[in-house]
Design a protein around this ligand. Structure first.
Ligand code: ACO
Length: 333
C-alpha cells in the first residue's frame, strides 16, 4: 500500500477560568504548598465549575485548532476524542463535538487511554490518514478530573487539573511526514495502580442498590517506579526508529504528571532546561489533555520555536504509555 504522510496542521487548547492554588487546598485538606510543590512541581490547577464539563472544553479546544488552520467543520473527516472522564458515555464526546463544530461529514468516536490518550489518538489518526481514506482528522483530548477525584484523598486530588487540547492533522500535500516515529504500549497487569470504576447500580430484583464508586484511586509510588523504567525506553526506541540521537531533537514535550519524572527524562536525554517544555506548575496533571496543552502553550508562548523536532511522551492508567517524534513546521500555531 502507498501510505500517505501526515502533516500537523494546527493546535488548540481550552481550560477553565477558575484557578485553585495549593494554598487554597489547605482549606479542605491536611496539606501544604511546600509538600505539593517540592514533590510534584504543581503550584495551581484550573478547575471546572458546576456548569462546565469536558465536552465544553473539548469543543473550545477543537474550535481553537480549526481557527488557526482555517479548516471548516465541513472539511473534517474524522474526530477522535481521548477522554477518561467524559461528561457522557453516550452520545460520545466526539459526536457532540461533531455537531457543535458542524463536521457533518466526519465519523466520530471516543477512546479511553487515560493520560496516554493523545499519543494513542495520534497513532489511530495517522493510520487512518495513511490509508488514503481520510484527509483531515481532528484529535481532541479532554478531561475534567476534578469531578472524579476523591477530595478527601490528599495523595491524589492535589495532582490533577482540568482542560482540553486539540491537534488537527491532515494528509501532507508536500509528501513530508511530520510523524517521524511513534510507539504506543500497554501493560494491563499493572491496571490496579490507577483506577476509576464505573460500578453502576445493581438491578434491585437481583441485589440491593449499591453506591457507585466513580473516584480516581492511585498508588503513586508504584506508578512512579513503573514510569521511570518504561518511559525512557519508549522514548529511546522512538528516537531509534526515527534514526535520530537525542542531540538531533529540539524539545521534550512530556506529559505533565510530576516534575521529578520530567527531570529524570531530561537527565537521560541530557537536555538543557530550555529544551524541556513544562507547565505543570500552572495546570497540574490534566490527563489526556496534558500533552496537547503543553505543546499548544509552548508554541503560543514562544518557548517552542519552529521549525523544530520534538518528542511527545505520555503515560498513565492502564498502564499505557507512548512516545512520538514529530516535526513542528515553521509557522505552526
Ligand atoms: N500533602 C501532604 N502530605 C501528603 C500529601 C499531601 N498532598 N499526599 C501524601 N502525603 C503524605 C503521605 O500521607 C505520606 O505520609 P506518611 O509518610 O506519614 O505516611 C507522605 O506524604 C509520603 O507519601 P507518598 O505517597 O509516599 O509520597 P511520594 O513521595 O510517593 O509522592 C506522588 C507522591 C507525588 C503522588 C508520587 O508518588 C508521584 O508523583 N507518583 C506518580 C504519579 C503519576 O505520575 N501519575 C500519573 C498517572 S495519572 C493517570 O493516569 C490518571
Amino acid at each position: 500500500m502507498n501510505y500517505k504522510p501526515v502533516q500537523i496542521l494546527s493546535l488548540g487548547m481550552s481550560v477553565p477560568d477558575t484557578v485553585i492554588t495549593n494554598d487554597d487546598l489547605t482549606k479542605i485538606l491536611d496539606t501544604s504548598d511546600e509538600w505539593i510543590s517540592t514533590r510534584t512541581g504543581i503550584k495551581q490547577r484550573h478547575i471546572a465549575n458546576g456548569n462546565e464539563n469536558s465536552t465544553l472544553f473539548g469543543v473550545n479546544a477543537a474550535l481553537d485548532a480549526m481557527k488557526k488552520s482555517g479548516i471548516e467543520g465541513i472539511e473534517v473527516d474524522a474526530i477522535i476524542v481521548a477522554s477518561s472522564n467524559p461528561y457522557n458515555i453516550y452520545p460520545s464526546t466526539a459526536c457532540v463535538i461533531q455537531d457543535a463544530i458542524g463536521a457533518k461529514n466526519a465519523i466520530a468516536f471516543d477512546i479511553t487511554v487515560a493520560c496516554t490518550g493523545m499519543i494513542y489518538a495520534l497513532e489511530i489518526g495517522r493510520s487512518m490518514i495513511a490509508t488514503g481514506k481520510y484527509k483531515n482528522v481532528l484529535l481532541v483530548a479532554t478531561d475534567t478530573n476534578s469531578k472524579f477525584l476523591d477530595w478527601t484523598d490528599r495523595g491524589s486530588c492535589v495532582l490533577f487539573g482540568d482542560g482540553a487540547g486539540a491537534i488537527l492533522i491532515s494528509k501532507a500535500q508536500d509528501g513530508v511526514d511530520d510523524i517521524l516515529a511513534l510507539n504506543v504500549n500497554a501493560n494491563g497487569s499493572m491496571g490496579k495502580f490507577i483506577t476509576m470504576n464505573l460500578t453502576g447500580d445493581n438491578c434491585p430484583l437481583v441485589e440491593p442498590a449499591t453506591e457507585g464508586c466513580h473516584k480516581i484511586t492511585m498508588n503513586g509510588k508504584e506508578v512512579y517506579k513503573f514510569v521511570v523504567q518504561t518511559m525512557p525506553e519508549s522514548i529511546m526506541k522512538c528516537l531509534e526508529d526515527a534514526k535520530l540521537e537525542p542531540k538531533d531533537v529540539d524539545y521534550l514535550v512530556p506529559h505533565q504528571a510530576n516534575l521529578r519524572i520530567i527531570e529524570g527524562l531530561q537527565n537521560r536525554l541530557e537536555f538543557s532546561d530550555d529544551k524541556v517544555i513544562v507547565n505543570i506548575d500552572k495546570y497540574g496533571n490534566t490527563s489526556a489533555a496534558s500533552v496537547p496543552i503543553v505543546l499548544t502553550e509552548g508554541i503560543q508562548s514562544g518557548k517552542i520555536k519552529t521549525p523544530s523536532v520534538a518528542i511527545l511522551c505520555a503515560f498513565g492508567a492502564g498502564m499505557a504509555w507512548g512516545s512520538a517524534v514529530v516535526r513542528l513546521r515553521e509557522g505552526l500555531k
